[in-house]
Design a protein around this ligand. Sequence first.
Ligand code: TA6
Length: 268
Amino acid sequence: MIDFIEVNNNSASAKIALQGAHVFHYARKGEKPILWLSEVSDFEVGKAIRGGVPICWPSFGMNNPDLPQHGFARTSEFKHLATNELDANTTEVILILRYSKETLALWPYKFELELKITVSDKLTMQLSTTNLDNKTFKITQALHTYFDISHISDARVKGLDKKPYLDALTSEELTQNGDIIFEKEVDRVYQEVSSEIMLKDKDRTIHIKNEGSSSVVVWNPWIQKCKRMSAMRDEAYNDFICIETANAFDDFKLVEPAKTHTLKAMIY
Ligand code: TA6
C-alpha cells in the first residue's frame, strides 16, 4: 500500500498518493466521482495507479525512447510540501519531486517538479517544471486524466471539431469532424487546442480548461486492448475516457536554465 493525503472540505473531497503526486479520487459534495479508478489497481510501490490522474513526465508515451513509457514521475515518491486550507470550500495541496541520483541516471538534468492541486467545486492541477541545471532540457508531458462515465455509448467529447489530430494507432494526420464518439479504440493527439473541452455524459457535462498546452490526448482502449491492459477489468473500457492535458509531440517544451514551465488543467 502507498501513502496518500485525504482532503475533505465543504465543497469536495480528494485523495492524493505521494507516489506520483497521483490524484486518484475527486468528487464534489453529494455527487458521484469525476475521476475513474480501476477497482483492480494494486496501489503498489513502483507501479502506477490505474485511474485518477497519472503524471506523465518528463516524457509522454514513448516520445523519449530512452525513458520508460510516460516517464518516471508517476512511480516516483513526491514530498508533501504543504496543505493550505484557503477557506472552508478550498484546499490546496503542494507536492514536489526533485532530481536525485536515481533520476539523473535515467535523465541527466537537474529539475524541480511541483504539482499544486486545488480542491474546491473545481479540481485544478498545476504542474510546474523548473530547470535547476545549466543546460536547456526538452519535456513532453501529460496530466493523463481518467474520467468516470456512465457508459461509453452515452459519452461524447465536444470542443475539438475541426482540430487536426495525429491518430496514434495509424500515424495518420487527420481532422476531427464533429463530436468524438466511441465505437472502437481511440488514441489521438489533438493539436492547436486553446478552448474548453466538454465531456458530455448521460446526466452531466464535465468541462476541462487547459493552460500552457495546445495538445490534448483522447484515449479509450476498447475491447481488445482493454483485455491486454494491466490493472484493468476486461469490461473497464465501458467506464472511462481519458482526456489528457498535454505537451505532446510537436507541442514539446524547451525549458531553459532557471526557467519554469507550468501546465494547468481545470476540471469542473
Ligand atoms: O495516452 C494514451 C496512452 O499513451 C495509450 O496509448 C495507452 O496505452 C495509455 O496511454 C496507457 O498507458 P499505460 O502506460 O498507463 O498503460
